[in-house]
Design a protein around this ligand. Structure first.
Ligand SMILES: [Zn+2]
Length: 228
């Protein structure tokens, strides 16, 4: 099961360790995706997560991370720096399926890791107005944590090949599993929903009870098709 290591030693080391994997320059999208998977695997290793389903406690038990739930927010999640309590707060929309909470939590954690980084350069031909590169990369990180390549392939080539069964096994949505299998070359690629559900967005008034300061709140626009 999950051997959550002593959090008192990890206040800076997990986040700092993951941030240290990013070079201090703008990244191309393919680099950012590759590094997101590297960070995901490093997170799993640092937190001693060896089994499935991956426990979100690998993030929620970290010092310096708070989790909140709100009903009245227009997107599934957001991340804020709470300057009063000196911690990051990931807010999840209450009432959504646990599979979506899990995915959104990891998506938001990637935004926290990337806070202050130089960002991603996307060729104009690949740029998407509706899907900023940071959202794609945050989704990829979440998928890589919750559906590690090694464990997906072990399950798949061990005979578990239906989307439904794999999704249940890894506690993710069927949509998320479908996309992940395509990323790993185990199924055909999938189309992205042209009207995606919002993953994270600035919800008005969401931070009314917080003292927001530097570093500034993460307010990334939207996300698509992954991990409903
Ligand atoms: Zn986002």
């Amino acid at each position: 099961m999950h051997d959550i290591t002593n959090p008192t030693t990890e206040r800076t080391s997990v986040l700092a360790n993951l941030r240290a994997l990013l070079p201090n320059r703008r990244l191309r999208l393919h680099e950012a995706l590759r590094l997101a998977e590297l960070q995901a695997n490093r997170l799993l290793t640092l937190r001693g997560s060896l089994d499935i389903p991956v426990s979100t406690e690998i993030v929620t038990n970290l010092p310096g991370i708070g989790i909140d739930y709100e009903l009245d927010m227009p997107a599934s999640g957001c991340s804020d720096w709470d300057s009063r309590h000196r911690q990051w707060v990931i807010t999840l929309r209450a009432g959504e399926p646990d599979t979506r909470h899990r995915f959104t939590l990891l998506h938001e954690y990637k935004h926290i890791i990337d806070h202050g980084h130089a960002g991603i350069t996307v060729a104009p031909s690949r740029a998407s107005i509706n899907r900023p590169a940071a959202e794609t990369v945050a989704d990829y990180f979440a998928a890589s944590v919750l559906m590690p390549k090694r464990l997906i392939k072990a399950a798949y080539f061990g005979g578990t090949q239906t989307i439904e069964t794999l999704a249940d096994l890894f506690e993710v949505s069927q949509a998320a599993m479908h996309v992940r299998l395509a990323q790993l070359g185990l199924t055909r690629s999938v189309d992205v929903d042209p009207l995606p559900a919002l993953r994270c967005q600035p919800p008005s008034g969401i931070a009314r009870h917080r003292h927001l300061g530097t570093p500034a709140s993460i307010r990334s626009p939207l996300s698509a098709g992954f991990g409903r």
